[in-house]
Each structure stands twice: as C-alpha cells, then as structure tokens.
Design a binder for this molecule. Sequence first.
Ligand code: IPD
Ligand code: CA
Ligand code: CA
Length: 266
Amino acid sequence: MTDFLGLAADIAREAGDMLLAKRPARPEAVQTKSSQTDVVTALDHASEELIRARIREARPDDAVLGEEGGEIGDGRVRWLVDPIDGTVNFMYGLPDWAVSVAVEVDGEIVAGVVNVPTRGELFSARKGGGAELLRAGAPPERLACNTGVPLPQALIATGFGYLPERRVVQGEVLARLISRVRDIRRRGSAAVDLCSVAAGQVDAFYERGLMPWDLAAGGLIASEAGARLGGLRGRPHSGDFVVCAAPGLFEDLHDLLVPLDPDRDA
Ligand code: IPD
Ligand code: CA
Ligand code: CA
C-alpha cells in the first residue's frame, strides 16, 4: 500500500526546494485571476507541474485537483494541491508561503503536508495519527494547539479574499472583532495560518472564501493537533467559512462572529 504521507512529504519537499532555488529576487505576476490582486507567478505553474508529474509517476490513476491546473481524473484517491499558498508573500520576499499537498481517499483527507521552505519547516499529519513539525537537524515535534485560552486573550489569525466587495465585509467584521481579542495576525497564507494554530503560534484562525486546496492539508494538521474546525451555525467547515481553534475558544469565537454576519454579501 502506498505511504501517502511519505509520498506527499517527498513531493512537497522537492517542490519547495525547487521554488527556493529558482525564486528570482522579485518574482513577477504573469497572470491575474479572480481580481487584479489575485496573481500568479511563473513559479506557481512550475511548482504545480512538478507536483503533478511526481504524482503521475507514482500513482498514475489518482485524481488531482490543483489551484492552477484544475481537476484531472476521477479515481477514489484525489490529491489536493496548492503549489504556492501565499503567492503575494512569495512575490515580496516575505517568508510565509508554503507548498500544500493533501491526499483524500473516498472523500476523506487522510494525509496532509505543508512545507514552508523559507523557515525550513515541514508540517504533516496522518488521519488519526497526530500532527508533527519537522525542522532540519531537529527531532520531529508533536504538535498540540493551545487550549484553555479565553477569547479576550486569544491571538487570532485571519485572511482576506481577493474580491474587493468581500474585503469590505471582511474589514467590517475585523473592526468589530479586534477590540474583543488579544490581537490579529494576517500572515498571508491560509495553510501557514492553520499550521500556526496546530503549533500554538496563534490561538485561532477564521476566514471566509477559502478553496479546497487552501484548507485540505492545513485543516488536517490543525485537527490532528487537537483543534476543532467548523463553519458557521453548525455547518461543517468549507470554502464558505472556516473557524479553527481548540474546543472552548472555537465556540466563543464562533459566537462572537455569528452576530457580525461575516458571510453576508456586501
Ligand atoms: C491565499 C492565501 C491567503 C488567503 C487567501 C488565499 P494564494 O492563497 O492563503 O492567506 O487569505 O484567501 O487565496 O492565492 O496565495 O494561493
Ligand atoms: Ca492558496
Ligand atoms: Ca496558490
């Protein structure tokens, strides 16, 4: 049987090494997508091509859903790939960008890897097997999210989508939230945000409008580190909305968010 986690880690490592080696001083946007701020560099494409080639070599019958190349295949096993999560950071030379690779079997994410090459950090999780952080030259570190944090002391990560109308709502929600919590972080990569919850570097994360490839690997890593993930008003987490925090803080943050109607149209 394929060691999905091992294969995903090898692939995410190779893509991360390639990106570090080939990243020019100032990568340029070669294309815009949903809005003028939603940009793609040549290396987003190169990273996804490399990842797809490696999956094809090892597992030719698997389906792949990647941000830049869409969905190919329809097997029971599907790979979810964000070739660079945090492209804007990548363009500006900021450290928080990641290669995110997850494996889904029969609709359930079973393995996930988030490689943050600039920091030499590889986050990974296997369904039911816990989450860990590998740093070069150090023993693997078992991850556990922060617990027992009251909302007023919580450090909360979030992000903004690329559509200007949606950002207006996201800004309004943030303006109401910030006086009720310790502080806010906007690191620029949803995958890194979810791993930051797993590693206790922030206490919670929420965002509207993420895509499956943003959430798949980081979501598994956070939940295997003890975090609860969910949507609003009892719904499961999805691209519509995700809240991620240890139980207790999850409910408090959720209950603060719901009256602010954070999933409303502008
Ligand atoms: C984006 C990042 C960002 C989040 C956006 C995502 P990309 O992914 O994860 O943190 O706020 O919603 O689209 O475009 O850099 O792959
Ligand atoms: Ca992304
Ligand atoms: Ca991306």
